[in-house]
Design a protein around this ligand. Structure first.
Ligand code: DQA
Length: 136
């Protein structure tokens, strides 16, 4: 199986950024662990702080990969463009969040990703990504 994890804005700061919410592990450390745990699954990784780059990546992988695990971070709550990109591609997208966005500010309750996603996993810390991998 060929999967890709796509992380949106500020997730390059994982480990340093609001560790009380997002934990103190860097994503690189986490990814190494998860890759060694699932050696039979091919897992690519892409992170960008730029909305258009996230859309370009969805287009690039969206007709050949078996699954996309997407944490669009803040763009989740604002990006009609990313929502439309998911509608336009063939590969199923599982939406992931580290925190339970429904327990946080009202503006995080809205998602342009969810209506177009195969499923949504949130609130389990970095384990949310692992659960998404297991869903494919
Ligand atoms: C997040 C939740 C978003 O509301 C926030 O903007 C993020 C991270 C999460 O993984 O919990 O940057 O997507």
């Amino acid at each position: 199986k060929k999967l890709i994890i796509i992380n949106g804005p500020n997730l390059n700061l994982l480990g340093k950024r609001e560790p009380n919410i997002y934990g103190s592990l860097t994503f690189t450390e986490f990814l190494e662990e998860v890759k060694s745990k699932y050696p039979d699954i091919h897992i690519d990784y892409f992170q960008s702080n730029i909305e258009g780059e996230l859309i370009d990546k969805l287009h690039e992988v969206g007709f050949s990969y078996d699954g996309i695990i997407l944490n669009a971070a803040a763009y989740t709550h604002t990006s009609v463009g990313i929502g439309d990109a998911i509608k336009g591609i063939e590969t199923p997208v599982v939406e992931v969040h580290i925190s339970n966005t429904f327990g946080r500010e009202e503006f995080r309750h809205q998602s342009y990703i969810s209506p177009n996603a195969k499923g949504v996993i949130l609130g389990f810390g970095l384990q949310s990504y692992e659960l998404a991998i297991q869903s494919f």
